[in-house]
Design a protein around this ligand. Sequence first.
Ligand code: PLP
Length: 452
Amino acid sequence: MDKNHYDRPLITRIEAGMPGKFGLRSELPPTTHIDGQPVAELIKTYGSPLFVFSEQTIRSIYRKALKAFTTRYPKVQFAWSYKTNYLSSICNIFHQEGAWAEVVSGFEYEKALENGVDPRKIIFNGPGKTHEELVKATENGSLIHIDHLDELYTLIEVAESTERKPRVAIRINMDTGIYPMWDRFGFNYENGQAWDALNKIMYSGKLELMGLHTHIGTFIMTANAYAVAATKMVELARALKQKFNFQVKYIDMGGGFASRNTLKGSYLPGSDTNPSFDEYAEAISSALINSHFTPDDLPLLILETGRALIDEAGYILTSVIANKRLSAGRRATIVDAGVNLLFTSFWYQHQVTVAQGVSQYREDTTLYGPLCMNIDCIRESINLPVLNPGDHLVIHHTGAYNVTQWMQFITFRPNVILIDGTGETHLIREKEGRESVSGKELLPGHLKNIRE
Ligand SMILES: *Cc1c(COP(=O)(O)O)cnc(C)c1O
């Protein structure tokens, strides 16, 4: 067993997140270890840059979120949003914790099946499902969330051709006080589209209406928007009860909870200002339990939380390539992880810490990636100690969307590892090579030779 790492005792002044005349304090202590594993060793073993996921963090955040809801509402089910991070190891941690799968494409649907998820516990969302995919999901008894009327009509045809009743919900968009309003997915509440779609389903007799779904947006900074949304969902459920004496089995409130990240241009750090799971849970469950539902017909509450469950569990380890001075004298540091690996750097001010003991001398620095592209900037301005080539940095809260939206561009995508609950490391996605990029290319005969 490794010896425990010794951290010397340190007294630091607690700043309540208030900016001083020099802006926000940003002197974060070095991150020398992740879950007990030395960053320098991880890089030596697996290379740089390196994506690292903490299984312990994933499980503990999941349990915290689940508890926030189950203490306030008796029937709660999470469904893991595949597009947020569909590495099978990550999905399976959530599935082991009890989460269903929430998918938005045929590829993700197949992936959930391959991961062993019960098809009846796969929620199939998204505006682009094909006829073939709808047939398969119907035959499997998966939950199909209808996005538009054309899909509704296709499903009626599918019901006829398969002689099965597709299990469906409709996606509903609505005004929750968050602008710009997301109205491109599903049926609108305020203008009556949603009620119209529900009537069409009820009168068709061909579809089995299971529930109501909404996903009001992403990184929603106010819990109250969910209270508004849940109230509108309840109104539709009440109308179904009144007109058809029909009870919905579930209300799916989608995802969109903010993670601990800080949005660019924010005055205060996200970890201080973003709502907690408790606040979101309070808003949603109060709206549901204070409604017409009696204890016996309380619907299952489904949540498709993505980024808030995984962001904090992901890190990118990177190494300093070089330092330079920009024309105006500003310090710039070039690291080996670019924005092609860090899609979220376009809207987050990612926290970056050094991974080793450093000099006391700090300077405002621009942090660039290795791409020969002007946009490849990880942080425009960050107060960092002076670093030497070969020093390591840790980019925090990178678990959501980066390993799905990353892009093969100029460089290869690196290794991804998982540190399990015992501190053991596992390679969960191998780094790419030339074959992964060029392997699918075909060269016409007349272009095989470049010399006549
Ligand atoms: C992307 C998505 C989610 C997850 O959203 P987060 O903002 O990451 O929580 C949930 N449901 C649907 C339908 C989605 O498209």
